[in-house]
Write a protein that binds this ligand. Structure first.
Ligand code: OGA
Ligand code: MN
Length: 292
């Protein structure tokens, strides 16, 4: 059976047909997926209920595994692999948690536009999210194409941001949300890191904006000026024409490229169960400069 791609949006995102990612992949199929990611940046697989081992095996085709935020908050999870992130509103026993549970802080941080692990020197590459329980309404995930957003910027803004650097910090979005109860050690666990605001995607060679909820300042610019500019760029980039909204069904698997998209979860009724599992890879390239 041959693999095909059904576009889901005018500028990016496609549904994949003819590939069962629960089966052991071969190098040729993995290369087809990687090529499609360079083009579409978001791929959707429908009706593929996947277990943990299958998801990890699929993920490993696309790079070393990412530990991300677990370096700040080492939490027990329900999973065997410590790099599998529990994107849910349930506890270790599978019970829906109280809306005041600390666990939900990361849930709400996920509802701000972001790129996974953009706060660390090893850039996150692909995230793979599988769906195991979905609420009756809300709880969608939205994706924004940061290549198309960059292309559509006015020339004077392109010139203004050319060569600018942006600092990303792991706890910036947490502090923004009022989630500030972290020890010194946790605060220092992941030093901020500097990225060019405009990056060239290694796979597609397209220019892309690297911003989002972890971006806390533009280097060399007064803090308020930089933050307003970051908000402006975010507002531009997340206009409807650049956004694909995924309505989850149980058994969906969605993968996205963190280097050229932003994503966010949408609100839903927290008394309903929502369970997703995320595995993420990093780009294997030279680490970035860290900032004290
Ligand atoms: C994630 C994430 C958003 C959502 O898994 O990295 O941001 O909709 N998820 O749960
Ligand atoms: Mn995320």
């Amino acid at each position: 059976m041959s693999i095909s791609f059904e576009p889901l949006h005018p500028v990016f995102a496609a549904e994949v047909r003819g590939l069962d990612i629960r089966q052991k992949l071969d190098a040729a199929s993995a290369a087809v997926v990687e090529d499609a990611m360079n083009r579409y940046a978001v791929l959707v697989f429908r009706d593929q209920p996947i277990d943990e081992a299958q998801q990890m095996a699929f993920t490993r085709w696309f790079g070393p595994l990412d530990r991300g935020f677990s370096k700040v908050a080492q939490r027990k999870t329900r999973f065997e692999d410590p790099t599998m992130a529990d994107i849910s509103n349930v506890d270790l026993e599978g019970r829906i948690v109280s809306r005041f549970d600390r666990k939900l802080a990361s849930h709400f941080a996920n509802q701000l536009w972001h790129s996974d692990s953009s706060f660390q020197p090893e850039a996150a590459k692909f995230s793979i999210l599988s769906s195991h329980a979905v609420p009756s309404r809300g709880g969608e995930t939205e994706f924004a194409d940061m290549r198309a957003a960059y292309d559509a910027l006015p020339e004077d803004i392109k010139a203004e941001i050319d060569g600018l650097e942006v600092e990303h910090w792991a706890l910036h979005s947490r502090f923004f949300l009022g989630d500030t109860d972290y020890s010194e050690a946790q605060i220092n666990a992941i030093p901020a890191v500097r990225w060019p605001v405009v990056r060239v995607h290694p796979g597609s060679k397209r220019k892309t904006l690297f911003i989002g909820a972890h971006a806390r300042e533009l280097v060399g610019m007064p803090l308020p000026e930089g933050r307003v500019m970051l908000l402006d760029l975010l507002e531009h980039s997340t206009q409807a024409e650049f956004v694909y909204r995924h309505h989850w069904r149980v058994g969906d698997v969605v993968m996205w490229d963190n280097r050229c998209t932003l994503h966010r979860g949408r609100r839903y009724d927290l008394s309903e169960r929502r369970e997703l599992r995320r595995s993420t890879t990093i780009e294997a390239e030279a680490p970035r400069e860290r900032v004290a």
